[in-house]
Design a protein around this ligand. Structure first.
Ligand code: COS
Length: 380
């Protein structure tokens, strides 16, 4: 995409977010649903296909351009981004990176338009941070794999028509090397979806259990080779972690904008609270950290676009950005004071919404582990 079209896209997303999504924040939080017309307009803007190659009907954005778009999507309740999040990230990128031509032709065009919503089914009741220990099995039976097991906290599962499922094909191999990845259409017999969980934040973004009972998946639906599934998942997550980091930056910038406006308007002791140096210090710390995270995200994205392996940089960005937005949200509540704690201003909602950024797509503890392992592997 040329620079001018990219600028126009970012402008269009900015207008859509500010004019159409922002006024809906409270309604979505209360109803726990994103209206159907929003999903439709997101499709018309091309948002489901940001990262899908142009030859398959997507916008084919570079990682840097995707992050610039995500900075805009982060300016509003993060549940909105979740609507398109799996199609852009963890639900499609295994297919983009490891799919055969036939698999890509079959699924990617509809993923790009949002006709197919995708989900990434890795986590299980007993396999969260230790994702190599998945217990879901896929047994080869002639021309099919038969999948059995339960996946947990699967984003968009209730809307999905295509799952990327990580399952153990070799029961004798305990760790990562026994795991394979499969494209599993929702309409196969034996798939049941649980009720959306009641969560601390991000109402409107649904996560559910997914149960597979003797689900017969055509053997050609394997993604990559047998035993490659964990590697597929990790490479999908390297990219996904950067996308989430960009979200953290966007949300932080929104909260800083709100904090500055409130500090200018709210008067105490006869003057705006923004005149007080202790309030100024909070604003300055938030701005500094958000700027640092923005720079990290863009640097890591450019490196990925240049073909570098960014496992370490994505983990650094995810660790810093997710912790940063937690501190920014905490300061925003403090600056708003009592008004930050009551629901009307929406600040407490963001405070709850951002908590998951430190947990999903790899908890902060996992990011630290990944960073240190990479450092010890290739001392710089
Ligand atoms: N890119 C490519 N390959 C990778 C990789 C990456 N980023 N990370 C790991 N691998 C490969 C390793 O090279 C190794 O291959 P070999 O056996 O051929 O050497 C294999 O995968 C296993 O890796 P490792 O030994 O590091 O696996 P561990 O079980 O120790 O797990 C962690 C590593 C903890 C980092 C991993 O399980 C993880 O990221 N957990 C968090 C999962 C997560 O983010 N869950 C969120 C749910 S999805 S929303």
């Amino acid at each position: 995409m040329d620079a001018e079209t990219r600028t126009q896209l970012i402008e269009a997303v900015r207008r859509f977010v500010q004019e159409k999504l922002r006024p809906l924040e409270r309604e979505v939080a209360e109803t726990d649903e994103i209206p159907a017309w929003v999903q439709k307009e997101m499709g018309e803007l091309g948002l489901y296909g940001l990262s899908i190659p142009e030859e398959y009907g997507g916008l084919g954005l570079s990682m840097e351009a995707e992050c610039l778009v995500v900075f805009e999507l982060g300016q509003v309740s993060p549940a909105f981004r979740s609507t398109i999040g799996t199609n852009v990230g963890i639900g499609s990128q295994g297919l983009v990176m490891f799919g055969s031509d036939a698999q890509k032709e079959r699924y990617l065009p509809q993923i790009a338009t949002g006709e197919i919503v995708t989900s990434f089914a890795l986590t299980e009741p007993e396999a969260g941070s230790d994702s190599a220990s998945v217990r879901t099995t896929a047994r080869l039976d002639a021309a099919h794999y038969v999948i059995n097991g339960t996946k947990r906290y699967i984003t968009n599962a209730d809307r999905a028509s295509l799952f990327t499922v990580m399952a153990r094909t070799d029961p004798d191999k305990k760790g990562a090397s026994g795991v394979s990845a499969f494209l599993v259409p929702r309409d196969l017999d034996g798939i049941a979806i649980g009720k959306p969980e009641k969560k601390m934040g991000q109402q409107g973004a649904h996560i559910c259990d997914v149960m597979f009972e003797n689900v017969r998946v055509p053997a050609e639906n394997i993604l990559g080779q047998e035993g490659q599934g964990f590697r597929v998942a990790m490479q999908v997550l390297d990219r996904g972690r950067l996308h989430i980091s960009a979200m953290c930056v966007g949300v932080a910038e929104r909260l800083i904008e709100e904090s500055v406006a409130y500090a200018a308007e709210r008067r105490q002791f006869g003057e705006p609270i923004g005149n007080f140096q202790l309030v100024q210090a909070m604003l300055a710390d938030s701005r500094t950290e958000a700027y640092a995270a923005r720079c990290m995200v863009l640097d890591a994205a450019r490196r990925r676009d240049a073909g570098e392996r960014i496992t370490q940089e994505a983990a650094c960005a995810k660790l810093f950005a997710s912790e940063m937005v937690g501190r920014v949200a905490d300061r925003a509540v403090q600056i708003f004071g009592g008004a930050g704690y009551v629901a009307d201003h929406g600040i407490e909602r963001f405070y709850r919404d951002v908590r998951i950024f430190r947990i999903y797509e790899g908890a902060s503890e996992i990011q630290r582990l990944v960073i240190a392992r990479e450092m010890l592997k290739q001392p710089r």
